[in-house]
Design a protein around this ligand. Structure first.
Ligand SMILES: [Zn+2]
Length: 347
């Protein structure tokens, strides 16, 4: 079968399309094999190519975490899906037996696995995953939309709904609108009635975010976002900041955050080390919360949204498998608005 692979860590020139990969076999009786029709890439995938601490790969390693396709084979004890079903994949896989997994908090599992990172990924003709990580979707949903949906929407759902618990009373500030998770956070926060302000270095992206419901946009290249926020709120500050940028924005996030504010993060694309003045933290009674991936209940919730035709992810671009490296370069450029998708099967 075909797949996008790496055989060593390094730059994006390590990415290689191969057509001599073995079709994967089911590894457990609860496994399902999916004929992948489309895959989507996330910042995580860029980090996997560079190499992550503690992660070793077996060459040729198939990359990619997001995917959607048709069930091709099922194990004897696989439940909930049948051959021929259209499915989306939750790429985060816990051990299933630790205290966190038993409490439906798989992202906290000490043995948490992610497709493309710890297990063979989704950018290939076939992928094998446990049946409980699949949800069926209507055949009418385009493959690009289905593939672009799971990881960004699941991550944003946990951040906005479960962690920050955004309500219609909240004003939410989201950095870097254009990335998949930021856009999903915008859509989810609006669906929960919040006022949502977004930032970008591109006025065009701000205009497109407004069309998706953003109430206000700040160009962070030309404006002091924290100062603008304090002006617009009569010095009160916002209730929630979604900051997945990290080093480059953390100080401004805290300056924009009001009393009893919540800062939620699922990543730091500009760098991991941030500074927080503990005096301001306690005085303002802030909550700083981390979040990653999502639980089965959260995956059920977003799957229901997709089946209902809601929270559909904006698609930036679609690449053929042969152009897989160009897809990664598009994501690495930061120029995208929405998800970057790689198409596998044609029909
Ligand atoms: Zn576990």
């Amino acid at each position: 079968m075909r797949g996008l692979t790496i055989s060593a860590h390094g730059g994006l020139d390590r990415l290689e399309v191969r057509d001599d990969l073995p079709v994967p076999e089911l590894r457990a009786r609860t496994d399902v094999r999916v004929r992948i029709h489309a895959a989507a890439i996330n910042h995580l995938d860029l980090f996997v190519v560079e190499g992550l601490p503690g992660i070793t790969i077996t060459p040729p390693w198939i990359v990619g975490s997001d995917g959607a396709g048709v069930v091709d084979a099922i194990g004897a004890e696989a439940r909930g899906v049948a051959v021929g079903d259209h499915v989306i994949i939750n790429p985060g896989i816990g051990c299933g037996s630790c205290e966190y997994c038993l409490a439906d908090e798989e992202p906290l599992c000490p043995r948490f696995n992610v497709l493309g990172e710890h297990r063979p990924g989704t950018i290939a003709d076939y992928a094998v995953v446990p049946a409980r990580k699949l949800r069926t979707i209507p055949a009418a949903i385009p493959w690009e939309t289905a593939a672009a949906f799971p990881l960004a929407t699941l991550t944003a759902w946990r951040m906005i709904v479960s962690r920050a618990q955004v309500t219609p009373r909240d004003t939410v500030l989201i950095w870097g609108i254009g990335g998949g998770t930021a856009l999903a956070a915008l859509q989810i926060a609006k669906a929960h009635g919040a006022t949502v302000w977004v930032t970008s270095s591109s006025d065009e992206k701000l205009a497109r975010a407004a069309a998706l419901g953003a109430d206000h946009g700040f160009n962070h290249a030309t404006l002091d976002v924290a100062r603008e926020v304090r002006q617009r709120t009569a010095k009160r500050g916002v209730d929630v900041v979604v900051d997945n940028v990290g080093e480059a924005t953390w100080q401004r996030s805290l300056l924009a955050l009001g009393r009893r504010g919540r800062l939620v993060t699922c990543g730091g694309t500009s760098g991991p080390m941030v500074q927080t003045d503990v005096r301001r933290l306690f005085w303002n009674q802030w909550t700083i919360m981390g979040s990653t991936m999502g639980s089965q209940a959260e995956f059920n919730a977003i799957s229901a949204e997709l089946r209902a035709g809601r929270l559909l992810p904006p698609i930036d671009s679609v690449f053929a498998l042969a152009d897989g490296r160009a897809a990664y370069e598009r994501l690495a450029s930061g120029a995208q608005f929405g998800k970057v998708v790689i198409r596998l099967a044609d029909a």
